[in-house]
Structures are given as C-alpha cells and as structure tokens.
Design a protein around this ligand. Sequence first.
Ligand SMILES: C[C@H](N)C(=O)N[C@@H](Cc1c[nH]cn1)C(=O)O
Ligand SMILES: [Zn+2]
Ligand SMILES: [Zn+2]
Length: 515
Amino acid sequence: MSWQQHKARGERHTHTSSRDKMNVPVLPSILLLISTAHAFQYTELAQHIDSHQEEYVEALRDWIAIESDSSNVLKRAELHRMMDMTAQKLRPMGGTVELVDIGEQELPDGQTLALPKVVTAQFGNDSNKLTVCVYGHVDVQPAKLEDGWATDPYNLTDINGNLYGRGASDNKAPVLAWIHAVEAYQALNMELPVNVKFVIEGMEETGSNGLDAMIVAQRDTFFSDVDYIIISDCGWLSRRPALTYGTRGNCYFFAEVEGPKQDLHSGVYGGSVIEPMTDLIGILDTLISPSGTILIPGIREAVAPLSDDEWKMYQDIQFDIENHKNKTGVNQLMYNNKVDLLAHMWRYPTVSIHGIEGAFSDPGTKTVIPAKVTAKFSIRQVPNMDPAMVKKQVTDYLHSVFAKRKSPNKLKVTMVIGAKPWLADPQHALYEAGKAAVNRVFNTDPDLIREGGTIPIARTFQDVTRKSIIMMPIGGFDDGMHSQNEKISRYNYIEGTKLFVSFLYEVSQLKKTSV
Ligand SMILES: C[C@H](N)C(=O)N[C@@H](Cc1c[nH]cn1)C(=O)O
Ligand SMILES: [Zn+2]
Ligand SMILES: [Zn+2]
C-alpha cells in the first residue's frame, strides 16, 4: 500500500473523540489547541514503522534464537533467559517493568521447578485516559530440525519475505509488534492515546501454569485500572485480516498403563504377558469413532447447540475448502461444507491423540515390549463444557473400558491441563474499534472468527477482571503454528505493527466501561 493511500485514510480519523465530547469540561482555547496537536498522526507512525522494519526483524531474530520451550524441563534455563530478554527489551522504553515471581511447578515425579517469571510493564499513568492491557507469551512449542524443518528452527531465516523460526507467529512477533507499536509513539514524541500495560508470560504452551494465581493476586493492584484486554495470539482464517471473538478450551490427559517391571524381549516373553501397549491402544480406540464422533458419555450432550445466527455468521465467512486441503496436505476432510467445517473447528469439542511416552519411536526395528506407556491426548472445550466434569467423564469412562479388558496391568488417568473456552460479544464497541483499525491499515473489513486453539488464560482474565477482551491476530492463515516451518510474513509483522498503533488510537475513542 502506498504512503498516499495511508495518508488519505489516516487523515479521515483525526476527529475529536466522543469520549472527549462527553467527559471533558469546557477547556480554555489554549488547551483545545494542544488537544488538536495530539490528533492521531497515523501517516508518521506508519512511516516510522516502515523505516524501522529491519530493526524489527533483527529483534525477532534475537528472540527466535532462544529455545524457550516451556514443555521441556531441560530447557528451563533458556526460558528464564527469554523472560529476562523480554524485560530488557522493555526497560529502555521507560515505564515500569517488573519480573514477577510466580513460584514453582510440580513435576509428575514430585520434583519442583521454578516457573518462568511473568513480565509486567506499564507505559503511561494518566487517569484521564483508558488503560489497555496487552497479553502475550514468549514460550514456544518444541521444534527440532530433524522433525522435518527446511531451516534451523532457532535461526530466523528470511525466504521470499517469510520469516521462518519456531515461535515466529506464535507468539514472538506479535508480542514484539506490540512493543514496537508503543516504541513508535515514543520515538515520534507522540503521546500514547491510552495507558498501555503488558503481561507477558512463559508457560502458555503448557497451560499458563501459575498465571491464574498471579492475576487473582494482582486484581486490585496491577489490573485495577485496566479497561480492556488485548490478545494477539492466534491467526487469520484467510488472506483477509480477522478479529477473533472465541477460543476453545483444552483438557489435556495422560493415560498411563503399567505392567512388567521392565521392558521385555518380545520373542522371549511375547505370548506370556499382557502387553501395556495393547491395553493402551485398545482404550484409546474407544475415545472417538473413525468419523470423529466422541464416544465418551456425556461430552457431546453438554455442548451448546449451534444457533441460527451463528450458522448465518459462518455462512458469510470467506473460507476456501480447497485451500484448507492444500494447506493441510489432505485430500479428504471430515466434512465437505464450510459451515460444518468451521463449526467443528471452532465450537464443537474434538479429541486429538498427541503421542505415547515410553513407546519405541526411533528409526530401526527394536523388538521390545515396553513396560510402561503413557498416552497424551486432549479434548478441546467449548461452551457449555466444564473441565471438572470432563475430567470425571473421561476418567470414569477409561477405567470402565479398561475393566472390561480384565487386564492385570494398572491404568492411571490424570488431567494435566483444564482450560476453559472463552467467548466475547463481537457486537461490543471494542470490536468496532478493532474494525476501524483494520480498515485504516488494510482498507477492508475484518472477518469475525473464532479460534479452534486455546489461550488458557483468556477466561481467567475475563472472569477475574470483569473487563472485555479483544483478540486481534496478525498471524497469517498459513503460518504453521506448532508445525514444521513455522513463519510469519514480513507483511503481517510490519502491517500488524501499524494495526496496533492504529488500534491504540481507536480504543482511546471508547468510553470507560466494564465487561
Ligand atoms: C492459540 C495459542 N497460540 C496456542 O497455541 N495455544 C495452545 C495452548 C495449549 C492448550 N493446551 C495446551 N496448550 C494450544 O491451543 O494448543
Ligand atoms: Zn500462542
Ligand atoms: Zn501455541
């Protein structure tokens, strides 16, 4: 997009805010003049962002180089380093930056491990302004070159304008884009239109352990003046920008079957022992039918029915089924029509089986009977499911199907993550502000979408602070989050930064209100 186009759109929005009109007493003319001088100068901000894009890419390179995998306890030092780097990035910008200790994590073997500190920051403390809180995370999913990456996942690689690296889209570039958005205002000596707070954590990918308690503890301090919460930890559905108004939750289970005291030779002992792996595969196969129907009693019954309005919304969304097939590399999907596909990705529960710890999975042909195997599977949660209920339903069901096998082996079922779904009202004024920001930067209306993934802390933010949340993704539909060759395009990273400077202005035009 040309500067002229940006300028034309930028100037349309230099109106006096409705908030100013409603709340501010009549001002002397000198102050009115000052207020006019602070009118939104989008063109200058966008120009600044464009001219600093190489620095932004270098900042992302530094962050991608840190293997901040929250699921691997052996990488915990890297995760601590990532949180320190995040604080260091924010500190030169002034404001108040803190590393908040959120305690320890208990591991399955009973040992404890320090959780990564949470970075909080505050820029601006003007009680006449609204305060937004930007949440993001800088931990990542595991990645190894040998998983099938074309490039080193921890060495940011620019190929044809795409920036490849683990965590590029989920969620390091979006977090940096928010920081750079605030920096851009500062660099141009422009007053921030709202006070901006940050909460940046390092355990999102494993369920945001410790963060719920921190939010509850700081509800009446750090969060007391927060008016709105902004999260940019998801992706667009197509090439069109999107605003997200719902996420699924997730209940993550371990099912452990233990038998012999150690691994056995399958030629020597096969035929004499009842194998834990056979038991485990047998019970896993009772979770879901080949066509995707969840077989655990009570799960489907809890799900809120799809309303006519929702059906209509999904019908109007631009979603190309062929594109989805190409992106995933499959020639047949679960459903052949758009509404069924979207509904099953966003607002129906799904069971996914992720892996089996203890199973032989290396190349080669080891002839072993593993003594203990632990399946990892999860069930995405939607309204009106309740993780506590799901835990009981799954545990009771697996024990009952296991009992029918009359196996001497031992089954242990544990729920290690129980994250609730989150849903917002896309008619809320916050989404109107989001639409205005998207229009300014991308010259189009956004898709209003839901997200099939989980942002475990979203529901806690809403329940504890009672404030409205908007999810404003900048990730592309084909970024490959959690997958091999994750990337973010330069376009999304840089235009996304412009979207954020723009949104800070648009949100400043709203009135102070709760929920
Ligand atoms: C959507 C977000 N970027 C994400 O990837 N979240 C993870 C969080 C999670 C859920 N269970 C365990 N981790 C996800 O949806 O998988
Ligand atoms: Zn994420
Ligand atoms: Zn993720």
